[in-house]
Write a protein that binds this ligand. Sequence first.
Ligand code: HEM
Length: 190
Amino acid sequence: MYGLINRAVEDLVRSKFGADAWHRIRTRAGLPDEPFVTMQKYDDKSTYDLVGAASAELGAPAEAILEEFGFFWTVYSANAGYGELLKSVGRTLPEFLGNLDQMHARIKISFPELDPPSFAVFDRTPSSLKLRYYSDRAGLAPLVRGMLRGLGDRFMVDIEMTNHRVEDNGRAHDLFDVSWKERAGAPSRA
Ligand code: HEM
C-alpha cells in the first residue's frame, strides 16, 4: 500500500501511545528508521507487519488495531488534504457509501498504482443498507468496521452493524448489515 497508509498508522500510534511505543513497534516490524514516503508504494507486508507488531506491543488483538485505525483514518484523511474530496463523495451516509468506488477511482488519478477495494450497496431503506466489501487483501473487514464507525461520526448518526464472510456467492467478500439513527441534536439532512 502507499506510504500514506503506513504514515497514518505511525501518526495514530505516536498520538495515542507516544514516540517510544512507535519506536518499539517499528523495530519489531523490522522496518528501517526512516520516514514513510506518502507517494511511494510499499509492500503490503510492511502494513500487516506493523499491525502485527502493534498488536504484540500494545497487547490488543490485530482486529482491534485495524478497527481503531479505520476509525482514525476517516478523520485523518479529511485533515490530510482530502477534506474537499470527501465532501464531494456524499452528504449522507448512504450516498457516501454508494460512491466509494468512484472516490477511490478519483484517488487513483494521483496514486496510479492504487489497488483499491470495491464496495456495493444494496437493499437500501431510509435507515439501513447492506454493503458488500471486496478486496484482494485478506483480513481487513475490521478496518472497514472502524471506517463505518468513523463515517457514522462524520454524518452524526449512531451506527449498528454486523458483518460476516461470504464464500459461496461468486467472488468471496464481506457482507455488512448497517443500520443507523440520527443523533439527537443532529441537523436534518433531508
Ligand atoms: C479521501 C480519503 C481516502 C484516501 C486518500 C484513500 C486512499 C487509500 C489508499 C492509498 C489505500 C491503499 C491502497 C493501495 O495503496 O493500493 C486505500 C485502501 C483502502 N481504502 Fe481508501 N482512501 C480514502 C477513504 C476511504 C474511505 C472513506 C473508505 C471507507 C470504507 C476507504 C476504504 C479503504 C479500504 C478498506 C482500504 C484497504 C485496502 C483493501 O481493502 O484492499 N477508503 N485507500
